[in-house]
Design a protein around this ligand. Structure first.
Ligand code: NAD
Length: 492
């Protein structure tokens, strides 16, 4: 009975059998989608795949539910719980979708091909090839911004992918274990237990909150000798953290961090990083600048996004992209400016919105609607064409055919009337530690700013409902219960 329930929960009845292999249909267009993140997956979910030869290329063969990534760094949530295999997503589609685990290294808009490399650790004889496209969607996201600051790439941990979260989780425990090594000097203990987070955007704030929770709720219990030595510092170049939230919630976050004993250093910009120190320049109220060198054990770099090389390279080939700096400039239908058959969504596109999951997923859904409509209107156009030639052939019976053509044309006008992309902001939320969250929510035409324990429950239920599948939802709930009941796992 449990097995049966699980099958129902998966929606297995509407799965296509994997044996139904993908055979490209030469009469259909090749629609190539680069990426398996928010934009790409939301497009795939809503796309009528029977209209195109759909090919997905991404170095990551799963979708990652990024809002819960900071929770993975401390084991509040296990990483597999927020991953959904791309093949389980495409199996729900009406017509097969081809997936290649590869990194797109170059887009050639002249020849209309994608060059890709097999990015797996296991190499076969074929590991570099080309895929032709008729229509292309670039949803490759962005990479971590380092602003060329020396030492950042070499010494810090980022927080974008599952591997980053795993690396952080291991490093937290490495620092704690090494700090308690017999004979460790007090200065070295202090350094090892100093956890520095650079960037006071939602990523940095959520991670700092999760880290302090891990320490207060678990590490301290098991290793009490370090209880007064563990320290989290958040460094932000601007005058306050979470600049996208309302003033009231910024104040609430800053006072909660004070209670949690997280040090916030605002108006402080990191200028250099070495293997053991962070050098930051603070601007005082009088405008005077002072430089501070802080020893650290773990450094997490969360200063936002930078353009990926494959996107930069594409931009350099299109003259209309000359003035765009932050990514591919797109028009109101998400068509890459200067092209006719390339679209872009999410963090690699510049459409006038913040680089968030919410924007990317609405853009993906919009493109699915657009492509479904394009396919429908092409089908109707060819019907009209066929009917018109019949009309010419059979001059004796024009009335019926002409009426049919008229009806088709009316339907075509209705379908073609697709409005440009419009983003609907539903709000922003962030977890700030000690079971509190902040939320700026747009609801019933109003904006509500709320913070605290109830907001935390709202945050949890909202994120749970946003999880990709029922399987993910069940796994996340089990992880939450597990870490509440038994504490987080403090093994490395
Ligand atoms: P961000 O761009 O929002 O914030 C980065 C911060 O780093 C900025 O405030 C910047 O001033 C600071 N910074 C840059 N260089 C610095 C330096 N050298 N020293 C000190 N500080 C420096 O980055 P993010 O938090 O990774 O978020 C990226 C995007 O994803 C944003 O649009 C964000 O809204 C979105 N996001 C949203 C959520 C959420 O809603 N909960 C969570 C994560 C990310």
């Amino acid at each position: 009975a449990i097995g049966g329930t699980a099958y129902l929960a998966y929606g297995v009845w509407d799965l296509r059998h994997p044996e139904e292999q993908f055979e490209p249909d030469p009469s259909k267009k090749n629609l190539v989608i680069l990426g398996t993140g928010w934009g790409a997956v939301s497009l795939i979910k809503k796309l009528d795949t029977e209209n195109y030869n759909v090919i997905v290329i991404s170095p990551r063969n799963y979708f990652l539910f990024t809002p819960l990534l900071p929770s993975c760094t401390t084991g509040t949530v296990e990483h597999r719980s927020i991953m959904e295999p791309i093949r389980s997503i495409t199996r729900h589609k009406q017509a097969a979708v081809k997936y290649y685990e590869a990194e797109a290294t170059k887009i050639d808009p002249e020849r209309k091909v994608i060059m890709m490399d097999d990015n797996s650790d296991v190499k076969g004889t074929a590991n570099k090839t080309e895929v032709p496209y008729d229509m292309l969607v670039v949803s490759v996201g962005a990479e971590n911004a380092t602003f060329g600051i020396p030492g950042v790439k070499e010494h810090s941990c980022f927080l974008k992918e599952i591997g980053d979260a795993q690396q952080i989780r291991k490093k937290i425990m490495d620092c704690v274990e090494t700090a308690t090594f017999k004979g460790q000097s007090p200065e070295e203990v202090e350094r090892l237990l100093h956890m520095v987070v650079v960037g006071g955007g939602p990523t940095g704030v959520e991670f700092a909150g999760e880290l302090q929770d891990f320490f207060d709720q678990d590490i301290k219990k098991w290793i009490p000798e370090i209880s007064d030595k563990f320290k989290v510092t958040l460094i932000e170049a601007l005058p306050n953290v979470l600049p996208m939230f309302s003033k009231q919630l910024i104040d609430y976050t800053e006072s909660t961090f004070k209670e949690e004993k997280i040090t916030i250093m605002t108006k402080t910009a990191v200028k250099k990083v070495t293997d053991k120190t962070v050098e930051a320049e603070a601007t005082g109220p009088d405008g005077k600048k002072t430089v501070e060198v802080m020893p650290y054990g773990l450094l997490v770099w969360a200063t936002g996004n930078a353009v990926r090389p494959v996107v930069k390279d594409l931009m350099s080939q299109i003259p209309a992209q000359k003035d765009s700096r932050r990514g591919l400039a797109v028009n109101e239908y998400l068509v890459v400016q200067g092209t006719k058959d390339i679209w872009a969504t999410g963090d690699c596109a510049v459409a006038g919105y913040a680089p968030t999951a919410q924007v990317a997923s609405q853009e993906g859904a919009f493109l699915a609607r657009l492509f479904n409509t394009m396919a429908k209107s092409e089908a109707i156009e060819s019907q009209i064409h066929e009917l018109s030639s019949t009309l010419n052939l059979k001059p004796g019976n024009p009335g019926e055919i002409a009426t049919a053509i008229e009806a088709h044309e009316k339907q075509l006008r209705r379908i073609k009337d697709i409005k440009p992309f419009h983003y609907t902001h539903q709000g922003s939320m962030a977890y700030i530690g000690s079971e509190r969250a902040v939320a700026d929510v747009s609801w019933l035409n109003g904006n509500f700013a709320t913070g605290g324990g109830l907001t935390y429950l709202f945050w949890r239920s909202a994120y749970l409902s946003m999880c990709f599948s029922t399987r993910n939802r069940v796994l996340v709930v089990v992880d939450w219960l597990k870490s509440k009941a038994f504490g987080r796992d403090v093994s490395r």
